[in-house]
Design a protein around this ligand. Structure first.
Ligand SMILES: *Cc1c(COP(=O)(O)O)cnc(C)c1O
Length: 402
């Protein structure tokens, strides 16, 4: 969680600007705000990094993906291809808009594969919601070919992949709209915050209204603004945006440190039999927030997890058992346990969520152990950590009492 590690004077200064005027609302109040526009600053910083034409700061990453889907025209009854390995927010956003999730296979990039998408396409498929997992990037050339061939709408959940790119284009900007999260666990944090990006003006305008009760944000009399569409409140506060702006300015530095730490650890670990790493669509575009180890089998990976725990090694995720990131534990989705009726319950699910056949995904996630990279690690600490990790993997590879 590098952003949280670097919380300091810059963030405090930005917050104090807002506190000095008390204008915590992102719109209007021009005469009172001493020209502090923190949400706009946050958006400008995100645009600087991603080269997006339009950026909309919102209350969180989940709202950003909801807005990206809605502004891309995804709604009731639309079938959306999505991954079974993602933070649950992706699936929730599709469901709450009335969409019908269709789960497809991922590959060693930890993202949907072009082949997986192709196999999941049916006559009613409207869109693909691609998720760039663990700081990386999907195989975009292959995926874009399938998306274009089948005339699908592409929306990207780059919640964990801010500042990650593929052949020079930033994640989130390959399709109609994309979303980043700035929650407490991401490369940079606003406390709570998200950003939706697009290069398409009408899509941006729809999202802008969608996230603020339909307001068109024209003029200076809020109560007299037009409301082109029905929206809701996903606004970010100026206090959160202030932190988000300060943190986003640090991202190029964080990314550089992350990349150094990741390649340092990988070069040490690669010598150990049994350790390989998740793939990237573009190695050079990695935001490097995670070191993603692949073990030879699920069984060995589970033994490695046990050895890590015995050795007191912390700071890793074994996603295969995670309640929020992997479909095996999503029994609330499989059994449609909802507070109130969703469209999918009225229209019927396009797949039997209790009997999905996703062997490739099961195999890849079963073998995956991820470490969140920290920017305050030293080379000495990482050397020691790599030695401990290697010893654990060696034990797991040849258990004495097997
Ligand atoms: C973190 C995350 C989200 C949700 O972001 P919040 O800001 O926590 O709402 C959505 N999708 C992915 C892939 C994420 O990692």
């Amino acid at each position: 969680m590098p952003g949280t590690e670097l919380f300091g004077a810059e963030e405090r200064k930005e917050i104090e600007d807002v506190l000095s005027t008390g204008i915590m609302f992102r719109y209007n109040h021009d005469a009172l705000r001493n020209n502090f526009w923190k949400a706009k600053d946050f958006e400008a910083e995100a645009k600087k990094i991603t080269q997006a034409k339009y950026a909309l700061a919102v209350s969180n990453g989940s709202a950003a993906i909801l807005a990206a889907l809605a502004a891309s025209g995804i709604g009731a009854g639309d079938e959306v291809i999505c991954p079974p390995f993602t933070y649950i927010a992706t699936i929730e956003a599709i469901l709450f808009l009335g969409g019908l999730p269709v789960f497809a296979e991922i590959d060693e990039t930890l993202c949907l594969s072009a082949e997986g998408i192709k196999k999941a396409i049916g006559p009613k498929t409207k869109a693909v919601c691609l998720v760039h997992m663990c700081g990386g990037n999907a195989n975009m050339d292959e995926i874009m070919a399938v998306v274009k061939q089948h005339n699908l709408i592409l929306v990207e959940d780059a919640g964990q992949a801010f500042a990650s790119s593929y052949k020079g284009t930033y994640t989130g900007l390959f399709g109609k709209a994309g979303a980043y999260s700035f929650d407490f666990f991401k490369i940079a944090t606003a406390g709570e915050g998200g950003i939706m990006v697009t290069n398409d003006e009408p899509t941006y305008k729809l999202a802008d209204s969608f996230c603020d009760h339909g307001h068109d944000h024209v003029g200076d009399k809020r109560g007299m603004e037009n409301h082109p569409i029905i929206g809701f409140n996903f606004r970010i506060s100026e206090l959160h945006a202030a932190v988000g702006a300060a943190q986003t300015r640090k991202v190029p530095t964080i990314r550089e440190i992350n990349r150094h730490h990741k390649s340092f650890l990988q070069s040490k670990l690669a010598k150990t039999e049994g350790i390989s790493f998740a793939k990237l669509g573009d190695e050079n575009g990695d935001s490097a927030t995670f070191l993603n180890m692949l073990l030879p089998s699920t069984e060995i990976a589970q033994r490695v997890v046990d050895e890590f725990n015995k050795a007191g090694i912390a700071g890793f995720d074994y996603w295969f058992k995670n309640m929020y990131h992997f479909i095996n534990q999503w029994d609330h989705i499989k059994n449609m346990k909802t507070a109130s009726k969703l469209a999918v319950q009225v229209l019927g699910a396009p797949q039997d969520y209790n009997n999905l056949q996703l062997p490739k995904t099961q195999e890849v996630i079963g073998r995956l152990i991820s470490f969140g990279i920290k920017c305050n690690w030293t080379d000495a600490y990482m050397t020691e950590m790599a030695e401990k990790m290697s010893a654990c993997v060696q034990k797991a590879m040849s258990p004495v009492n097997a």
